[in-house]
Design a protein around this ligand. Structure first.
Ligand code: PLP
Length: 453
């Protein structure tokens, strides 16, 4: 820190402030965690100075031997951890991983057929007219993903995302009554749409998904099953999601982040069957900028940590804590979507429970030291900015070592604070919070953090 202070005190101050913030607020953001010091140190080093476009053993730059070693090591660990045929560890984030996956599926299943039809070796040998035909075919391909309001991610075909501009994007939703995925309805939609890609995975869904059944559904129409496990990769690595619920065992292509439940550095990766391996390895430079070798080094450290038996206990505790949180909230008359959870996420309907928007609830809770985020609920009348829900997650508090007693305390603080919020109906953002309740809640969250630094 002294070095940074000498060069740029503003940055040094920001780092200290962030440390203070993370130590004085309970982190309940479902997509966040605390990475280990080993992960952080592996990420902050001289590997940042190296260019390494290409893949191990096939670089567009000289002097990549050490990057080759680190990247091949990280990919090998990822294959071992998830039982994957192939792993690509360069994506800088989850969105980048999805872009690599989309392009490699298009290249493998669509473009290669067109190039072959014209008797060319590769796309650069196509005439302009042939290239125009390839572009038309590509833009005609359908992507069928989970609707944003049902819990899917923006990259799963949301209208304003690049995924909806790359594909003719369609979506499936949860059942309006049960808020659960209905695989019979998905099957019927797949038969009708006949997508190139059937995309599963979520940012805000709390129940198990039968990936074996989804693979059967995809196979019926020759679709590629892609699963975005960005949120729950740690639960797959920790063997909480096994058998039919293990995406890597059933999907053609699996994408992920490395920084959520998996507890690694901020980043992404793609796992796939050997059919897609060559195209996936061309992620850089076709979709991605130069690799971040320092981030890849930190991914390797995180994969090694996740291979330890203690990581399986951690993953099991994450889910146990989320179940406890859902049950404790429900006991306090808070409406929990689907009545519980099977993963690390709990979704709460604050509009139904308290007549609040997600934005009001998020701000009120943050003011007493609970950091969590508002979230759209299925068919949300309050839209994606104000929302009607909260998304709570247990990965970070579980890393701190919290268990059932602390989770019950957190649930009680949440219910007490939200019951003390009032609004005058003039705005979806403004609210008032009883000051005595706020002060007591702030003391309770500080006490929790004092015991779990
Ligand atoms: N996919 C899913 C399911 C996500 O929830 C997220 C992030 O929240 C992403 C992809 C994007 O990850 P990143 O922010 O690393 O690009």
């Amino acid at each position: 820190l002294d070095q940074i202070t000498t060069v740029d005190p503003t940055v040094a101050g920001g780092i200290v402030q962030e440390l203070t913030d993370q130590r004085s607020n309970v982190k309940l953001i479902a997509s966040e965690n605390f990475s280990s010091l080993a992960v952080q140190l592996a990420q902050g080093n001289l590997f940042t100075d190296k260019y390494a476009e290409g893949a191990p053993g096939h670089r567009f730059y000289a002097g990549c031997d050490n990057v080759d070693t680190i990247e091949a090591h990280a990919a090998g660990l990822a294959r071992q951890l998830f039982g994957a045929e192939h792993a690509y560890v360069q994506p800088h984030s989850g969105i980048d991983a999805n872009l690599v996956a989309f392009l490699s599926i298009l290249a493998t299943r669509v473009e290669s057929g067109i190039i072959e039809k014209f008797g060319r070796k590769n796309a650069s040998a196509l005439t302009d007219a042939e290239w125009a035909e390839l572009r038309r075919e590509v833009l005609d391909q359908k992507l069928l993903g989970m609707d944003y309001y049902s819990g899917g991610h923006l990259t799963h075909g949301y209208r304003f995302n690049v995924s909806a501009r790359l594909f003719d994007a369609r979506s499936y939703t949860v059942d309006p009554e049960t808020k659960l995925l209905d695989l019979d309805a998905v099957r019927a939609q797949v038969r009708e749409v006949r997508p190139l890609i059937l995309l599963a995975g979520y940012s805000a869904y709390t129940r198990l998904i039968d990936f074996a059944a989804l693979r059967e559904i995809a196979d019926e129409v020759g679709a590629v099953l892609m699963v975005d496990m960005a949120h729950f990769a740690g639960l797959v690595a920790g063997k909480v999601f096994t058998g039919d619920h293990d995406p890597v065992a059933h999907a053609h292509v699996v994408t992920s982040t490395t920084h959520k439940t998996l507890r690694g550095p901020r980043g992404g990766m793609v796992l796939c069957t050997s059919e897609f391996a060559d195209a996936v390895d061309k992620g850089c430079p076709t979709v991605l900028g130069g690799p971040l070798p320092h981030a890849i080094a930190a991914k390797a450290v995180a994969f090694t940590e996740a291979l330890e038996p203690s990581f399986a206990s951690y993953a099991a505790n994450v889910v146990e804590n989320a179940r406890t949180l859902a049950a404790e909230l429900q006991q306090r008359k808070v409406e929990v979507l689907t009545g519980g959870t099977d993963n690390h996420i709990v979704l709460v309907d604050v509009a139904a429970s308290y007549g609040l928007t997600g934005r009001q609830a998020e701000s009120a809770l943050r003011s007493v030291g609970l950091t969590l985020n508002r979230n759209s609920l299925p068919f949300d009348a309050n839209g994606p900015w104000y929302t009607s829900g909260l998304r709570l997650g247990t990965p970070a508090v579980t890393t701190l070592g919290m268990g059932a007693d602390q989770i019950a305390e957190i649930a009680d603080v949440i219910a007490t604070v939200l019951a003390a919020v009032t609004t005058d109906g003039s705005s979806k953002a403004k609210f008032a919070l009883d000051s005595a309740v706020a002060a007591e809640a702030r003391t309770r969250t500080s006490d929790l953090l004092r015991d779990f630094p």
